[in-house]
Design a protein around this ligand. Structure first.
Ligand code: ADP
Ligand code: MG
Length: 685
């Protein structure tokens, strides 16, 4: 049972004053469902606005407060946005672009009346542009705050409103008994938990407060990992040992690399034990992890068990299924797919096959672990491209079975060694540190986005010679709708140039089936260019695509850029990755892109990126995908994890049942961050 003290924090957001179903729905998009989520929705920085007389190169990428005279309106037709052309003090023409709410925009910006607009100054080709500016009467412009804490936003909630909501969440936070050693608090000038939260909401740069909150998360994580291991040791697995009758028949057009041979040996060794395997397979993009997964799954099938492979996206699940099906069918292994899209009879027949054992291998998305999916004898779970290992460990332990299945997690996300402690916990790690032979490294160029026209010309030549290419749009806004609209805008421009039928578009707002259709046309070569937001990030395999252009490259995490680059260089042709950069690059930004140009080694990129990213340059949540921690940065983890680990161990040694005063306080900390898992563990332990 959750301690009563925490109940107010775990109230649903709808129970808070001023939050109706509409706002609650918007908040849910940011996974803010309870008061505690709001209290922990910390400002990511302060916004700095510049009062500018007119547009200029020096202001590119900044938030400007600018007086303009609207002169002309161009209505959007179909999916095209509304554009209002306005003139600034220096006779620059500025395009004000509105992807939604055109009626509102036209009312706010009557022609030939001065208005003050606030928004990020951008450039597309030669045009100045501000997307979705705020609009004010010039008389009000002096009231605009030039500095203000900024929060991650979603459609329908302004920054001001979000701040109010966050503070409402904070009001629900009680003072909590301390779980940190008092001497450490004093030594590091760390404030108490509640005070730390409050400080950051008023000053996002409050360093000691941030450190303290980072420590809390890392401490809870370490504690959970240790408790998990205690529980895991109590359960036995089923040893699975194949006899080679299936793998011997497998027809491979190539030899396994030495690295693949080594890791499959390690995996087989684990699976033969009566202790459930908990192994992570790390290998750079293209290193051949899928084949290793197949061999492990066949091992399970030979031993009379079933195997399930979990992919992070629908697209990837289908691709894996297609690849594996070819190989499996040739050797009489029965394989099926299950995602949210399999419905009705298709779904029923898969469920039946799993229950009666007529399906050997199941590939799918999270649907494969839903409640009513029952396996006859599930022996092995493979999780592809999942770097939040807490999740997989819990998945394993939450298996009601007395004997949990073996678990193999695979990732191309190279995590620096200093971070392995928190991300992998006590998992065993195998690394594929060798590429299959015959790959030409991808050539990487960093080009200013002012040369956009040249890049588009180059793309034209590439297409004319029969090549295919990816065009990746940056995630700029906090709203998927706006990102999608921006991607649509790029697609529109490229279609204008290369023809409607040559350019396809996928983004996060599209339905699974729609995406699949576009992907299929790209895979079979009908489309020359695939414009995408980062949904193509993981695992997509189209060997004929040998060019990738990434717009706004400086906004991506390096690991993510590396993943994107891994989409090319898969076929025989020499491949190229063009990183388009904006104008206002910081020193660090420059070095990071230079690093991408310099090396193709994912592990080196991860290590160097950690060094390069100064404490000030935090990863946005959108960039890094699913993050393990809300507050702690990779630097914090590197610094604090060893300390937190020592503290957690000491506490458990002294007080394994978490019954002492400090133990009770530590329980609260567990409940704050590890919720369900904590409940299970504390009850079980
Ligand atoms: P990733 O590790 O990124 O998941 P994949 O498993 O998709 O990589 O493999 C990338 C490509 O390399 C695939 O086309 C696969 O068929 C090929 N491949 C895998 N192993 C070998 C090998 N030993 N020799 C040559 N090609 C291989
Ligand atoms: Mg893969």
């Amino acid at each position: 049972m959750r301690p009563d003290l925490l109940n107010p924090l775990f109230a649903e957001v709808e129970a808070l004053k001023g939050v109706g179903p509409g706002i609650a729905k918007s908040l849910a998009r940011l996974h803010l469902t309870r008061a505690i989520d709001l209290a922990y929705h910390l400002p990511t920085g302060t916004i700095d606005r510049v009062r500018a007389p007119h547009a200029s190169q020096a202001l590119l990428g900044r938030i400007v407060v600018l007086d303009v005279l609207p002169e002309q309106v161009r209505a959007g037709s179909g999916k095209a946005p509304l554009r209002i052309y306005a003139r600034d003090d220096n006779d620059n023409m500025i395009t004000l672009t509105f992807f939604n709410n055109p009626a509102w925009a036209k009312k706010q910006l009557p022609l030939n009346e001065m208005r003050t607009v606030i928004g990020k100054l951008d450039q597309w080709g030669q045009e100045w542009q501000i997307v979705h500016p705020e609009v004010l009467e010039p008389a009000k412009a002096s009231e605009v705050a030039l500095r203000e804490p900024v929060y991650g936003l979603t459609e329908g909630i302004s920054n001001k409103r979000m701040r109010e909501l966050a503070l409402t969440g904070l009001e629900r936070a009680p003072e909590l008994p301390e779980w940190i050693e008092p001497s450490q608090l004093v030594h590091d000038h760390w404030p108490a938990w509640r005070k730390a939260l409050a400080e950051i909401h008023s000053d996002p740069a409050a360093t000691n407060a941030r450190k303290r909150l980072s420590y809390d998360e890392i401490f809870a994580n370490q504690l959970v990992m240790m408790l998990l291991r205690q529980v895991a040791r109590r359960k036995k697995g089923v040893p699975l040992q194949g006899d080679g009758r299936l793998t011997d028949k497998l027809q491979l057009p190539y030899q396994l690399t030495n690295a693949q041979q080594r890791v499959i040996g390690e995996i087989r060794g684990d699976m033969a034990q009566d202790r459930p395997m908990l192994r992570l397979l790390q290998g750079d993009v293209g290193s051949g992890k899928t084949l290793v997964a197949l061999l492990a799954m066949l091992e399970a099938v030979e031993a009379g068990a079933q195997a399930a492979m979990l992919a992070p996206t629908e697209i990837l699940a289908r691709q894996h299924h297609a690849t594996l099906q070819r190989q499996c069918e040739a050797i009489g292994v029965r394989i099926a797919i299950l995602t949210g899209r399999e419905k009705g009879r298709a779904r029923d027949s898969v469920l039946m096959g799993l229950a009666d054992g007529s399906i050997d291998i199941l590939v799918g998305t999270h649907a494969i672990f839903q409640q009513h999916v029952g396996y006859k004898k599930l022996g092995l779970i493979v999780i592809d491209e999942q770097h939040r290992f807490g999740v997989s460990q819990r998945l394993l332990l939450s298996e009601k079975a007395e004997h949990p299945p073996h678990l193999l997690a695979m990732t191309a996300t190279p995590i620096p060694r200093t971070l392995t402690l928190t991300h992998y916990g006590e998992m065993d790690v195998s690394r594929i540190d060798e590429m299959p032979p015959g790959r030409t490294p991808v050539e990487t160029l960093v080009i200013s986005d002012q040369k956009l026209t040249d890049v588009v010309d180059g793309l034209g030549r590439h297409l004319a010679s029969g090549g295919q290419a990816y065009w990746v749009c940056p995630l700029v806004e906090e709203s998927e709708a706006i990102d999608a609209a921006a991607a649509e805008e790029r697609a529109r421009l490229l279609r204008f140039r290369f023809g409607e039928t040559k350019v396809g578009l996928v983004h996060g707002r599209m339905k699974g089936a729609e995406k699949d259709d576009v992907m299929a046309s790209f895979t079979n070569g009908e489309l020359g260019v695939l414009v995408a937001t980062t949904v193509i990030e993981v695992g997509v395999d189209v060997p004929n695509a040998s060019l990738i252009i990434v717009e706004g490259a400086e906004r991506f995490g390096l690991a993510q850029l590396h993943q994107l680059r891994g989409r090319v260089g898969r076929g025989a042709a020499a491949s190229r990755c063009i990183l388009l950069r904006g104008q206002n690059l910081t020193e660090t930004g420059r070095s990071r892109l230079a690093l991408m140009r310099e090396t193709n080694d994912g592990f080196r990129i991860a290590e160097e990126d950690l060094k390069l990213r100064g404490p000030g340059e935090m990863l946005g949540t959108r960039q890094s995908g699913e993050q393990l921690f809300k507050v702690a940065t990779p630097e914090d983890v590197a610094e604090l994890a060893p300390i937190a680990q020592g503290d957690a161990r000491l506490l458990l040694d002294r007080d394994g049942g978490l019954a002492s005063t400090r133990g009770q306080a530590a329980r609260l900390c567990l409940y704050l961050f590890e919720r369900d898992a904590a409940v299970e563990l504390i009850r079980g332990g």
